[in-house]
Design a protein around this ligand. Structure first.
Ligand SMILES: [Zn+2]
Length: 220
């Protein structure tokens, strides 16, 4: 078991299950330096102050006493949600998708899991509709109004697998929004996986379209 030594009194040592190996601020993998240990709440809780050698910020790791002098890591604080940088094709296609997706991931960092699914469902709608508007700019007003389910048909999208994957993302997303859950053996990770597959497919299709348009015919 790792040992945390109180730098102000090296005779006080804490047997902890985990030393944080990721900084909650810069999210780099780290081996942090211990700066101070403060016992609170009648010795049931201990705050260990660490220095991240990646971003040189201080953060606190909260530990709970679990008996026999052993301490269990609860969480690090403060949490600075990690921003997902989307490919430039997606940033151009759908700034709304990028913004809402990042907000959904941020809510997950704060353990607001009920909101994460709702946010992911909303981000999917922006992603699919902005893609359809890119393909059919003249129909943009109509596309904005129709339900997402009507967008995911062969009338709008040629790639059948893309339709099927995005539909499954929509089904799981709807579960996060509605009262009744239909897909009980699926979770937020499945929803994120399906949105990521959809997103990568759409990015590849846009890159393909751009290359085909830009490289019209070979030089004679
Ligand atoms: Zn850091």
């Amino acid at each position: 078991m790792p040992i945390i030594i109180n730098p102000n009194n090296p005779n006080i040592r804490y047997s902890a299950d985990v030393i944080p190996n990721e900084c909650p601020i810069c999210h780099r993998a780290i081996e942090p330096s211990i700066i101070a240990v403060v016992q609170t709440e009648e010795n049931l809780l201990t705050d260990a102050v660490f220095l991240c050698k990646g971003c040189f910020n201080l953060f606190i790791a909260k530990y709970r006493h679990v008996g026999s002098g052993n301490w269990s890591f609860a969480h690090s604080w403060p949490i600075l949600p990690q921003q997902v940088k989307q490919p430039k094709e997606l940033q151009r296609l759908s700034p709304s998708f990028c913004e809402v997706y990042n907000q959904a991931i941020a809510s997950e960092s704060y353990k607001l899991h009920q909101l994460t699914g709702i946010g992911l469902r909303k981000s999917l709608e922006y992603l699919v509709k902005d893609y359809l508007i890119f393909l059919n700019p003249d129909e943009s007003e109509q596309i904005k109004k129709i339900p997402l389910s009507q967008c995911l048909t062969e009338t709008h999208i040629q790639n059948k697998r893309l339709i099927e994957v995005a539909k499954r993302a929509m089904w799981l997303g709807n579960d996060e929004v509605h009262y009744d859950k239909k897909w009980e053996n699926r979770d937020l990770q499945d929803l994120k996986n399906l949105i990521n597959i959809t997103k990568e497919w759409i990015t590849s299709e846009i890159m393909a379209i751009n290359y085909i348009n830009e490289m019209d015919t070979p030089k004679k």
